[in-house]
Design a protein around this ligand. Structure first.
Ligand SMILES: Cc1ncc(COP(=O)(O)O)c(C=O)c1O
Length: 361
């Protein structure tokens, strides 16, 4: 067991009202912090009052963007047990991605024990309302004060927690999406499959423009030909094509430019368990348009930790509007949302072994 020092706040904050949490607006009273030093490695894991970090203005993260993060949730179940959803997946993804931006991988035991210790200290921040959860944001940054362009020798890994409402206040609802055919998010050989802050910096302009035009998000195309579908906003994307009863489900492959989503992986497992054929392969917008014209584009939906499943009701591509399933959430999207959230809230047995119960005091 890690020896985690705990310094409790003497000034606990007032808890926000249930149903008014939104996403990422409020933060619990404490945070987990651990330093990485060149000779010693990971030192001084601690839980301290939530507050500003002290960074040298020359810290590498502020100049060359050595930063990556995770986004995961803990749920208070119908049985009052706290469950983390796919924590191993998230720890593994952070550890796998770190070397691509020359950062030391955070050992799984440090991240897991940090998460669990923080939840224990701030367990009264866990919202109880159906659909709400504790969103965890583990973050790794380069902190060495040095302006040469090379990897930082010092790092800080911290975890903060935010109570969040359900993404859907009034049930799963479809979104309008702009197919972005000029700006790109990630190119082959780049950082697309790493949860690096840089990918989000690259994506904000397109999503800002899309939102100004009334779209919820953009659908990203590949960087080379602007032809193949990659992701939708900060979600992986799935298309149900062909037969009405048991369509084939197609999702872009993990080939380095998209994130390997925990919800993507869970969705694929549920679909296969339900007897669907899932193809992880390249899918062009032309193929989607052809299915739309034939009447065999059944459903499209994004998958991600925030929304779980987000049905796509409309795609706007080169001036054309493609309406999917009459702008209604599809049966498959609804079924997947139910299956995954039932496991998250302990309503259904966890037949895939996705959750980890957090031992509370
Ligand atoms: C770019 C991107 N793609 C996909 C996802 C979905 O991943 P996950 O299901 O692990 O939340 C996210 C969100 O984390 C993301 O930021």
């Amino acid at each position: 067991m890690l020896n985690i020092r705990v310094q409790k706040t003497s000034n606990p904050k007032a808890k926000p009202a249930a149903g008014k949490l939104g996403f990422g607006q409020y933060f619990s009273d404490h945070m987990f912090v651990v330093d990485y030093l060149p000779e010693q490695g990971w030192v001084d894991p601690r839980i301290v009052p939530y507050g500003p970090l002290s960074l040298d203005p020359a810290a590498s993260v502020l100049h060359y963007g050595q930063a990556m993060f995770e986004g995961m949730k803990a749920f208070c179940g119908v049985d009052q047990k706290m469950r983390l959803f796919r924590p191993d997946f998230h720890c593994g993804r952070l550890a796998r991605g770190a070397p691509r931006i020359c950062m030391p991988p955070v050992p799984q035991e440090i991240m897991m024990q940090g998460i669990e210790a923080l939840i224990r200290v701030d367990q009264d921040w866990s919202p109880q309302a159906v659909g709400s959860s504790l969103y965890l944001r583990p973050t790794l940054i380069g902190t060495e004060a040095f302006l040469g362009v090379r990897a930082s020798q010092k790092y800080v890994f911290f975890i903060i927690m935010s109570p969040v409402d359900s993404y859907y206040a009034e049930g799963v609802s479809p979104v309008r999406i702009h197919v972005e055919d000029k700006l790109i998010r990630a190119a082959p050989g780049g950082l697309g499959d790493v949860k690096a802050g840089a990918n989000y910096a690259a994506s904000i302009l397109a999503s800002t423009e899309a939102k100004k035009s009334g779209f919820a998000q953009v659908l990203w195309l590949d960087a080379v030909e602007r032809k193949y579908i990659e992701e939708v906003g900060t979600m992986n994307v799935f298309f149900a094509l062909g037969e009405k009863i048991k369509p084939t489900i197609v999702t872009p492959p993990l080939a380095g430019t998209i994130l390997d989503g925990a919800t993507r992986s869970s969705t694929i497992q549920v679909l296969r368990d339900l007897g669907y054929t899932v193809e992880e392969r390249k899918l062009s917008m032309d193929e989607v348009v052809a299915h739309h014209q034939k009447g065999t584009l059944r459903e499209a939906f994004g998958t991600g930790t925030a929304a779980v499943i987000s049905p796509v009701g409309e795609l706007h591509f080169k001036g054309e509007k493609i309406t999917i399933n009459g702008f209604k959430p599809g049966d498959l999207a609804q079924k997947l949302y139910e299956e995954i959230t039932s496991i998250q809230y302990g309503k259904k047995s966890d037949r895939f072994g996705w959750t980890k119960e957090v031992a509370l005091d």
